[in-house]
Design a binder for this molecule. Structure first.
Ligand code: NAD
Length: 504
């Protein structure tokens, strides 16, 4: 194992000024306040292990206050009285302020999460901004419809006038994970606000910094008090209290399948609406007619982008037997060329994983693959001063029921299998408890689109992977969850359909 050096990189003055606050607070009813228990927990730069902030440890009492503030803002605050155009203008202002502070947001995300700066600066933060702009556009376009009826017992001389209204669902609890914190937060906040909801946001304990900065910007943009409330804290305390709270109308959750189940259990008391964006084990298929010059780097990027800490990562690669050797060779070469380093280093392709603890978990899957007879072609080691980097790893030779081929690893670990015909690869690709995404590489668009229809996944990419847009619904089938983020489908999650039937 060759240990890497991470050098020393200073954040910009703006990011440093934010870090200099040291101890952070909660945001409830338009005020920055300490957690009622007064406690904090440290957040770290995962590359070095250095403490870069103290996060307020919100508890049940704080969630109570935040839900009360969100309820008041929903029922009586200026938010509910605003026109859709006024709400839209505030969403645009939030996007403008994010754009004006994009470098700082990207740096904070890198420092807190570890990701290479380009991932945040060019993909995730622009993606978060796009969410606010897209849903700003949809806010004034929320429409019901008028419905002809066949009721034949209306009073003489009267008519039936029936129509639907789409109304905000109410107070939303948004609970998000640590892998792409800001963009996943925006995917909840933007449609909820466009619909007219108010929110309590609970970011992941490892990555609260960009949520804190975003909420500052939202207040600066003129979002009325109580519309967004931020409770940092632990999932088992703040998160579970929010999920079970009787006055929360909906939980919008992104995270692991195990926590998704806990959220469903906690939500039962008041039968709150729940949408779940959960884990994945997404297959990528390279057909014999693929353009390998595009497919090989594309499949490598599908797993190694953001260190594989991506829900839709292409972590199972199926290469047709006629191109298998070339694909393995090409992917291994691509993996070996990836430069690990501190995320702020402009030379870095891949930063550390979010924590040493997560790196150890990823490494345990590599060990299990070796024990199950897999061949590790490259990588396989944990490295760096904080033992938080995992080298890009390529494994072949596993049986279909091997742990590393079935379970979500959430790290830079790719398992490659070969196949001989389409029926075989469809069966293998669909043989998973997950159904989040899939990728197909083929120059035959007719065959590829027919194959896309046969894959059990919420999204299928053809000749690409992870092409995201605020307009494209994303979400899973099977144990990858239910409901969709992004696109018009996401807005429906935050709306209730009311039918009005009048005799006039
Ligand atoms: P996690 O489930 O451990 O945590 C997610 C959030 O839930 C955190 O904010 C955490 O504090 C909170 N939480 C934990 N326990 C809770 C409880 N009992 N009640 C309420 N909240 C609780 O997930 P993670 O490890 O932070 O994130 C990685 C997972 O997220 C992976 O499985 C990944 O696939 C998934 N993910 C899915 C998508 C998607 O769109 N489908 C996107 C990104 C990540």
């Amino acid at each position: 194992m060759s240990d890497i050096s991470i050098g020393s990189f200073s954040p910009s003055a703006a990011a440093q000024a934010f870090l200099d606050k040291g101890k952070h607070k909660l945001f409830i009813g338009g005020e920055w306040v300490d957690a009622s228990g007064g406690g904090h927990f440290p957040t770290h730069d995962p590359a070095s292990g250095d403490v870069i902030g103290q996060i307020a440890k919100g508890g049940a009492g704080d969630v109570e206050k935040a839900v009360t503030a969100a309820r008041e803002a929903f029922e009586t605050g200026p938010w509910s009285a605003m026109t859709p155009m006024e709400r839209s203008a505030i969403l645009q202002r939030i996007a403008d302020l994010m754009e004006a502070n994009i470098d700082e947001l990207a740096e904070l995300e890198t420092l807190d999460q570890g990701k290479a700066l380009y991932v945040g600066r060019w993909a995730e933060i622009p993606g978060a901004i796009a969410q606010f702009r897209y849903f700003a556009g949809l806010a004034p376009a929320i429409e019901g419809s008028s419905i002809p009826t066949s009721i034949n017992y209306q009073p003489e001389g009267k008519e039936i006038f029936a129509y639907t209204r789409k109304e905000a669902v109410g107070v939303v609890g948004a609970i998000v994970p640590w892998n792409s914190p800001l963009v996943l937060t925006a995917m909840k906040l933007a449609p909820a606000l466009a619909a007219g909801c108010t929110l309590v946001l609970k970011p992941a304990e490892d990555t609260s910094l960009t949520a804190l900065r975003l909420v500052e910007l939202m207040a600066e943009a003129g979002l009325p008090a109580g519309v967004i409330n931020l409770i940092t804290g632990l999932g088992a305390e703040a998160g579970s209290h929010l999920a079970s709270h009787p006055d929360v109308n909906k939980i919008a959750f992104t995270g692991s399948t195990a926590t998704g189940r806990a959220i469903v259990d906690a939500s039962k008391g008041n039968l709150k609406r729940v949408t779940l964006e959960l884990g994945g084990k997404s297959p990528v298929i390279i057909m014999p007619d693929a353009d390998l010059d595009a497919a090989i780097p594309g499949a490598a990027n599908a797993i190694f982008f953001n260190g594989g800490q991506v829900c839709i990562a292409g972590s199972r690669l199926y290469a047709h037997s006629s191109v298998y050797d070339q694909v393995v060779e090409g992917i291994v070469a691509a993996a070996k060329s990836i430069k690990l380093g501190h995320g702020l280093d402009p030379e870095t392709h891949m930063g550390p994983l979010v924590s040493a603890q997560h790196a150890a978990k990823v490494a345990s899957y590599i060990e299990s693959a070796k024990a199950e007879g897999g061949t590790v072609h490259c990588g396989g080691n944990v490295t760096g001063p904080n033992a938080s980097f995992v080298e890009p790893t390529v494994i072949t030779g596993l049986a279909p029921d091997a742990k590393a081929l079935c379970e979500e690893i959430f790290g830079p670990v790719l398992v490659i299998q070969s196949f001989d015909n389409t029926d075989e690869v469809v069966a293998a690709a669909n043989n998973s408890e997950y159904g989040l995404a899939a990728g197909i590489w083929s120059e035959g668009l007719s065959n590829a689109t027919r194959l896309a229809s046969r894959l059990n996944a919420g999204t299928v990419w053809i000749n690409s992977h992870a092409m995201y847009d605020a307009s494209l619904p994303i979400g899973g089938t099977k144990q990858s969850g239910y409901g969709r983020d992004s696109g018009q489908a996401a807005l429906e999650n935050y709306l209730e359909l009311k039918t009005v039937c009048a005799v006039v």
